[in-house]
Design a protein around this ligand. Sequence first.
Ligand SMILES: [Zn+2]
Ligand SMILES: [Zn+2]
Length: 359
Amino acid sequence: MPGASLGKGTFSERGRWSPLRSKSKRKTNTRGVSTTKTAQAAQNIQAARGAAAGSGPQAVRAQVTGAVPSLRTDYHVHPNYSIDAQPFTIRDYCCRAVELGLAEICFTTHVEFDPVRYHIDNFVMLNGRRHPVRDLAWLDAYFREIEEAQREFCYTGLKVKTGVEIGYDLGLEEDIARLLQYPFDYVLGAIHCLDHIAISSMQESPRYFASRSLDRMRDEYFHVVRSAVQTGFFHSLAHVDLYRRYGIRHYGEKILTVHRGVIEPILEEMARRGMGLEINTSSLRRGITEFHPAREIIQLAAQAGITVFTVGSDAHRPEDLGDHIDEALALLDRYGLHNHVFTAGRAVPCSAAEAECRA
Ligand SMILES: [Zn+2]
Ligand SMILES: [Zn+2]
């Protein structure tokens, strides 16, 4: 829909939403944000919660779109437990979330279990040191720290959820099942590696893409996606067209349509299982003009019957928290789709969660 107008802003021909309203300047250093500042910023949360009553930034967006305002959430966040995240704590992110007026934040520490990559990425960070991901003692600290944040930030109205982003590949089911004995609110599945090579990595991905035709890459990637769905482990899939990020350099624009004819049955299977699909905004920080996934795949997901969507910045540092979330929510509104939050694996549309909040 080239140049379609959406109130105070437009979608460009390439799908980028450009709001006309000026964006407030973000603070870049949130380490050690004081409780006083948090209390001050708590008003933002209250303003956001009051939006449905006709005031605040969400009400503005609702006027623009004519839709019921969704809670502003970020469901893909990497605190300092992730090996590739910057050393910011769960508390640092919560402070930033309150400053931004987010209603809910879900931490999704990144874990990988591929034994072939044992020395590369089968780790989390615990107390500033690499810790083997299979030694699940780190989860006790992780859950405890999130519970502390839930208590500390409760008065601000910010809800804090416990999630995980699991890199899926064939044959990792036993390790994943052990991890999922812990009571996560939200389990995000992701395909980062094919043939034990990280296609999500600028350094590693050329080795994979250079050795595959586009058709072979497509077949291998979607075979792993289909298997991930069939495991039943995941509440939602992250950045489902991640192969675009670096693959476009090798395959050119043909990669933008490579999903056609392959992804539809997978999306239908996800719909049958009540799984969600994530709108991941990190692509916009990397100069890609569409979210992961692109609009066409979001539309195919809706046609396939998927109703559960989440939005996530994939932040690896607090300054990226909430990045482009408003545009993702606007896109969902535009397609008549709904952002969701998760509690103990149960998806709730944000409009219902907002109603619960006000009750
Ligand atoms: Zn990921
Ligand atoms: Zn991530």
